[in-house]
Design a protein around this ligand. Structure first.
Ligand code: NI
Length: 172
């Protein structure tokens, strides 16, 4: 079991665009395991490889209360989208920040599972929001970038201050 380091906004590497996975090999299986360990340890409901500084199109999600219903999406593509939903989102890369974002209410996503089998999934509500949020990460976009410039400026200031405080605590 390995817990990976999660990049914190506004780390520039969160703006990198991830490449499709060419082959589901042992390396990818290990990445999926480490990403799910990391997501569960951080009590998140989703994590994209971009957030652990791996620029490949891999996502793990678990929206279940019991934390035992792992969904793995490799090379996900949204093939249908409809409706709108406004949800208050947070992100493991933007700790302590929550804000409202408008997304598609329902999506159909096509992806490979961790064995490389293609499947389609119809998602709505929180699962749909989560899939769109994580695919954004793979495209180098963080949810706060849907907010106003003013809010983004405040968030960056707040996070930089938190990060400075953390550095200071480490020195002690
Ligand atoms: Ni996120």
């Amino acid at each position: 079991m390995s817990i990976l380091n999660i990049l914190q906004y506004p780390d520039e590497r969160l703006h990198d665009s991830a490449k499709p996975v060419a082959k589901i090999e042992d390396r990818i299986q290990k990445l999926v395991e480490d990403m799910s360990d990391t997501m569960y340890a951080a009590s998140g409901i989703g994590l994209a490889a971009t957030q652990v500084n791996v620029q490949e199109r891999v996502i793990v999600i678990d929206i279940s209360e019991s934390r035992d219903d792992l969904l793995v999406l490799i090379n996900p593509e949204i093939i249908l989208k409809e409706g709108t939903i406004i949800f208050e989102e947070g992100c493991l890369s933007v700790p302590g920040v929550f804000d409202r974002v408008e997304r598609f209410e329902r999506v159909k996503v096509r992806a490979l599972d961790k064995l490389g089998e293609e499947f389609d999934l119809d998602a709505e509500g929180i699962l749909s929001v989560c899939i769109q949020h994580e695919i954004d990460h793979l495209d180098g976009k963080v949810f706060v970038e849907y907010l106003s410039r003013l809010k983004q400026g405040r968030i960056i200031k707040k996070l930089k201050k938190q990060q400075q405080n953390l550095d200071y605590q480490e020195v002690l």
